[in-house]
Write a protein that binds this ligand. Structure first.
Ligand code: HEM
Length: 412
């Protein structure tokens, strides 16, 4: 009996979300989740607190539910399917943010954050991303072997970029990376998370106050200007800054690390990637790797506002809804032979950045970072390889916010 089968409720044989990945295929979504989707695109599942929200696993069904206005992200509603105990315990004090706001509130908050993230602005950053990538690779090559790809490249690159964009001094990265990690890790206590949030908030509020006196060309100065004009309060501007600082590096970093481990295991695809010398095909390859790995693995959480029929099931007002994006991106109806990594596949309809009104705000930045890193690292270091066996890599468990690897020892 597998561990997942052992966790099934004996009375109902209901799927327990989320079971583990198969150690032999660590890049694939958990097998139980894939098997569930083979049966139906929407089903009931049991989660950590014993409740049984709807699990939407089909690709088309995921896009439909994530853009359905009858569904809410309001995490204060009774019945909301929290991903863990800490989230459940602290939900009553969560402020209104871009993540848990609906409708007009969400549009208002999102509008304040969109301007710096438009496609042309992100494209203009490409040369800087290339420069940072080259410098980090130079430094790694000049250092000892083996090197840890996470600390040499995967984490510093997105961190440098988000710092440059926000106007946060990169020299402080040890401080904010540590606190961002403490604030979001499910194995930390509520008190530890709150303390980390407070420390990070104090730091950002201080920076915003400085930018009110001496504005520069960056996002924090933009928020500081809005505080001065009375469009935002200082705590609101602090929260927006904190969200961008936290959201801006961990997911992209995990894509760089996991993508490298995946490509090293698929040398034919890695060879194809090295041959690509145009932006369009490089962009296409990145979409396939985003689909394949789908790092936001925890499942997007929603709650029904009203009764409605959906994909043949009757959803009731107050029912919890969980949308595990890896399952949609491995739905064979949308992506035939999903287990095959095929960098020529047309995969841009994937849901790795979510769908609907909450679709990722930083997706253009993440895409360009990945296009530059994947397009540079394996060409500049053609003999790059793992310095340990694949079995020794510490993959993050399925209840971690993002799928990733703690350390990736590489040599060349
Ligand atoms: C490969 C990297 C990334 C992935 C896979 C990713 C994934 C996602 C996903 C799945 C959502 C949807 C959440 C939901 O539906 O509830 C989301 C939202 C968001 N992401 Fe990303 N993200 C990435 C990088 C970034 C970056 C670099 C930034 C900022 C600089 C960012 C900022 C945000 C924000 C602010 C939201 C909230 C949008 C909203 O609720 O309207 N993300 N992201």
């Amino acid at each position: 009996m597998t561990e997942a089968e052992a966790r099934l409720a004996p009375d109902e044989q209901m799927y327990f979300y989320q079971d583990d990945r198969d150690a032999k295929c660590p890049f694939a979504p958990p097998p139980g989740l894939r098997a569930l989707n083979d049966e139906a695109p929407v089903s009931r599942a049991r989660i950590w607190d014993g409740s049984t929200p709807w699990l939407v696993t089909g690709h088309a069904a995921q896009r439909a539910i994530l853009s359905d206005p009858r569904v809410s992200s309001d995490d204060k509603q009774p019945g909301f399917p929290y991903p863990n105990k800490t989230m459940a315990e602290t939900a009553h004090e969560h402020p209104l943010t871009i993540f848990n706001a609906d409708g007009a509130d969400h549009s208002r908050i999102r509008r304040m954050m969109t301007r710096p993230f438009t496609r042309p602005r992100m494209e203009a950053l490409r040369p800087e991303i290339q420069r940072f990538t080259d410098e980090l690779i130079d430094k790694m090559l000049a250092g000892p072997k083996p090197a840890d790809l996470v600390s040499s490249l995967a984490l510093p690159l997105p961190s440098l970029m988000i710092c440059a964009l926000l106007g946060v001094p990169y020299e402080d990265h040890d401080f904010f990376q540590e606190h961002a990690s403490l604030a979001t890790r499910s194995d930390k206590t509520t008190e530890q998370q709150q303390a980390a949030n407070q420390a990070l908030g104090g730091y950002l509020a201080g920076l915003l106050q400085k930018k009110m006196q001496e504005p520069a060309e960056d996002v924090l100065s933009d928020f500081a200007g809005r505080v001065k004009e009375g469009d935002l309060t200082l705590p609101e501007a602090t929260l927006l800054s904190m969200i961008l600082l936290i959201a801006g590096h961990e997911t992209s970093a995990n894509m760089i690390t996991l993508g490298t481990a995946l490509l090293l295991e698929n040398p034919d695809q890695l060879a194809k990637l090295r041959e690509i010398d145009d932006t369009k095909n490089a962009a296409n390859a990145v979409e396939e790797i985003l689909r394949y790995l789908t790092v936001p693995q925890l499942g997007q959480r929603r709650i029904a506002r009203e009764d409605f029929e959906f994909e043949g099931v009757q959803i009731k007002a107050g029912d919890g809804i969980v949308v595990p994006l890896p399952a949609g991106n491995w739905d064979p109806e949308a992506f035939p032979e999903p287990e095959k990594l095929d960098l020529t596949r047309k995969a841009s309809h994937h849901v790795a950045f979510g769908w609907g009104i909450h679709q990722c705000l930083g997706q253009q930045l993440a895409r360009i970072e990945l296009q530059v890193v994947y397009g540079t690292l394996y060409r500049r270091v053609p003999t790059l390889r793992l310095a340990v066996d694949r079995d020794e890599l510490s993959f993050r468990p399925t209840d971690a916010l993002a799928f990733g690897i703690g350390e990736l020892p590489v040599t060349w």
